[in-house]
Design a binder for this molecule. Structure first.
Ligand code: AMP
Length: 431
């Protein structure tokens, strides 16, 4: 496997940037994917956020744009990246800007939840790279503000999430109007049968690259599980935050909660107890979320309380602690959540709370990660009776979430309404 960027057939300005960023060694997904992509192959990549996957596709695409410059055409793009959420779209756009800072190219973003006029104006002269969420992109295609007939590169990022959020139809509609002759890349954290099916239909003899998250996360992220009654969760959280404040690692903490309402409540309670915190979720405007994120990144607000969707694509390198205030009802979300810490080689800690009604979620998560999360019982709110219930195979009743009953395995909230934004909208890009 190629182990330096130096030997890769990347243009000099890209290598210079990598040097300046002090990316000395390609991450595994980069080492595997970039050579295939430079050859022009289609690719099916199994890798989650935090593995360096964005550079693995952005670098070869920027390389091609640099080596074959073309005049822009109104409303067209050469490269289309589809992302499930606007946070991820923004993050991917930033990565293109960073890696492409020394080459000439034009890019823009299209996503929902904000006015479309600036996006229409940005597309008018055409761009090299367009990063978009599916719903708004389709709106603009239908209004003839975007023309996809000249797409040379297609990237589907976080395909699993896109399908979870109910975007399959939108994605298929977009893929159907793209030209046949193009290089296509799918990235997904899991390769569930529906994703393999989609890949079979739309990829041509794809190279396959797989980075297993369990192995990479387990090395860098210490995981702990606390059995705790719901009513004691806030006390336990405060204790963890006190310990984190004294820790050697980063003080930045992300607290996850399934619902927006819950995230707000936690942030309010923390602030009232003297812990600076902010919530990010689908009810906040884009500007509010970006501001909260910026303040978090700068360390001005050390605790961010987030729902799963709002946290997608949040790329904060230096998160020392992730707390799962509740357990996600989708096991894959657990892997995504804890992947917020231990990024880019840093060490991180992920502590999950399990109350009585979450015991089944815990079993599903442990089945998925093929591991039993080490228990943390050395704290005043440890519930021995919950631990015993888990061991005895006790089955809790279904959990109420956002007014709906969620069954074990949590497929209940996958359809239509998006993922844990609970607002009943059929397009989850507003989450
Ligand atoms: P991603 O999986 O694309 O979200 O990237 C995760 C993080 O790793 C980002 O903060 C990147 O800036 C960083 N990163 C990506 N590739 C490398 C590399 N080869 N060396 C060091 N850091 C990297």
């Amino acid at each position: 496997m190629i182990s330096t960027f130096e030997v890769m057939a990347l243009a000099a300005p890209l290598k210079q940037v990598l040097n300046e960023l002090e990316y000395t060694t390609p991450s595994p997904v980069q080492a595997q994917a970039i050579p295939f992509l430079l050859e022009g192959r289609d690719l099916l990549g199994c890798a989650q956020t935090g593995t360096g996957k964005t550079a693995s596709f952005a670098l070869p695409i920027l390389n091609s744009i640099h080596n074959n410059p073309r005049a822009l055409h109104p409303k067209r793009c050469r490269c289309l990246v589809l992302a499930p959420t606007r946070e991820l779209a923004i993050q991917v756009g930033k990565s293109f800007s960073t890696y492409g800072q020394k080459i000439r190219f034009r890019q823009t973003l299209i996503y929902g939840g904000v006015g479309q006029t600036p996006q229409v104006s940005a597309m008018r002269p055409g761009v090299d790279v367009l990063v978009a969420t599916p719903g708004r992109l389709l709106d603009l295609i239908e209004q003839r503000h975007v023309d996809l007939t000249a797409v040379e590169f297609l990237v589907l990022d976080e395909v699993d999430r896109m399908l979870d959020m109910g975007f399959l139809r939108d994605v298929k509609r977009i893929l159907a109007i793209l030209p046949q002759n193009k290089q296509s890349l799918f990235f997904s954290a899991t390769l569930a049968p529906n994703i393999v099916e989609l890949a079979k239909t739309f990829l041509r003899d794809p190279a396959r690259v797989s980075i297993t998250p369990e192995v990479t996360t387990a090395e860098r992220i210490e995981q702990r599980l606390c059995f705790v009654d719901r009513g004691n969760k806030m006390y336990l959280l405060e204790q963890l935050l006190d310990e984190q404040a004294k820790a050697e690692t980063s003080k930045l903490t992300i607290v996850f909660n399934r619902t927006k309402h819950g995230a707000n409540k936690i942030a309010k309670a923390l602030t009232a107890a003297g812990y600076e915190s902010e919530a990010i979720h689908g009810n906040k405007s884009q500007a509010q979320r970006e501001k909260a994120l910026a303040r978090f990144k700068q360390g001005l607000v050390p605790v961010l309380v987030a729902t799963d969707v709002a946290a997608r694509g949040v790329d904060v390198k230096d998160v020392g602690l992730v707390v799962n205030y509740d357990l996600p009802n989708e096991p894959e979300a657990y892997v995504h959540r804890i992947g917020r810490t231990g990024r880019a080689g840093a060490n991180g800690m992920a502590v999950s709370f399990c109350a009585e009604d979450e015991i089944d979620f815990l079993r599903d998560i442990e089945k998925t990660i093929k591991n039993v999360i080490p228990r943390l019982s050395d704290h005043p709110w440890h519930s021995e009776s919950l631990k015993q219930k888990y061991i005895s195979g006790y089955k809790p009743p279904a959990v109420k979430q956002g007014g709906r009953s969620v069954q074990k395995g949590g497929r209940g909230n996958r359809r239509g309404g998006g993922f844990s934004n609970g607002n009943g909208s059929s397009r989850a890009h507003s989450a």
